[in-house]
Ligand binder design. Structure first.
Ligand SMILES: [Fe+2]
Length: 312
């Protein structure tokens, strides 16, 4: 049976199990901030499980004032599973294939990272058969103003949708296509044959079940979806864009204003997010990004089928 508790106000005493100290909620609905805790102290599988439960509950966790090098970021990432390197491997940190660099900094005539990454509401690596479960961003340098990362909870929004609309959406499956999404960017080099081969179109359920919490959520994005199976392309894209617009216009949003040494980790399975602009000519931004491969998304139909036991 699916969890039907409301998003707001659930905490379930998780602070004690991870021993991080008090949680400081970012919104009434999702997101929490933890101060005075060093993530390098997380060692045991029990602590990782507790943090996964916390992420399933809160969706976004901000750890303040972390002192991390690349090996620490990678080590923290690997606690949660297998890192999934970004398709655009030209922006990986040298020597660290799994750390993708978000930056506008140019050193010795070379861009040290991708300055254009993450703009437009999306959920990470959703164009893979096994999309990212978690993403981590660690800020080394942040712009003096702007450059927030915005989050919107598809899970909280879905929970508030009318039941008849949920019933219509549950059976739908969506086409995801990285090449199509990439083609919407301007001033970027063409994908290589290898990058194209790594990103064939995949199909995912529009409503997925979170493997930890059992909660239902929409699973969509503004530009990554190429259509809805069984619908004319225009109709499918209109449906998807309409849903995304309603999600980002809802109260279930959070804008993260970055400070250096913030480590932000989020659970992609019920959230969309987007980067926002900043003064790329005069400010500097340097962020390490990693992601953890997730399971194949399970939709409502498959979830119900697997829950029905054969008679003895
Ligand atoms: Fe992203």
């Amino acid at each position: 049976m699916l969890d039907d508790a409301v998003c707001a106000g659930m905490n379930a005493g998780l602070e004690a199990s991870i021993e991080t100290g008090p949680l400081d909620d970012l919104t009434p609905f999702f997101g929490t901030r933890i101060s005075g805790f060093d993530v390098k102290a997380i060692r045991s599988s029990g602590e990782v499980t507790a943090l996964q439960r916390l992420l399933a509950e809160k969706q976004v966790v901000v750890f303040k004032d972390q002192d991390l090098g690349p090996d620490d970021v990678l080590g923290f990432t690997k606690l949660f599973g297998t890192p999934d390197p970004h398709v655009l491997s030209q922006f990986s940190l040298p020597g660290y294939r799994d750390i993708y660099v978000l930056s506008n900094i140019v050193e010795d005539g070379r861009h040290v990272g991708n300055r254009q990454e993450g703009f437009g509401w999306h959920t990470d690596l959703s164009y893979f058969a096994n999309p990212a479960a978690y993403t981590m961003l660690y800020a080394l340098e942040v712009p003096a103003a702007r450059g927030e990362t915005l989050f919107a909870s598809m899970q909280c929004f879905y929970r508030e949708m009318p039941e008849d609309e949920k019933a219509k959406l549950r059976p739908l499956t969506v086409k995801w296509n990285y090449e199509r999404m990439y083609s919407l960017r301007t001033n970027v080099p063409p994908l290589t044959d290898e990058q194209r081969a790594r990103t064939p179109e995949v199909t995912q359920p529009l409503v997925r079940i979170h493997p930890v919490s059992g909660r239902e959520s929409l699973y969509t994005s503004r530009d990554g979806c190429a259509g809805v199976h069984g619908m004319p392309e225009d109709e499918g894209l209109t449906l998807i864009r309409g849903l995304v617009q309603r999600i980002i216009d809802s109260p279930f949003t959070y804008a993260h204003r970055w400070e250096a040494r913030d480590l932000v980790i989020w659970d992609n399975r019920g959230l969309i997010h987007t980067a926002t602009d900043y003064d790329m000519e005069n400010d500097r931004r340097l962020i390490y990004r990693t992601s953890v491969r997730g399971e194949r998304p399970i939709g409502w139909s498959e979830h119900v089928r697997s829950a029905v036991k054969e008679p003895a």
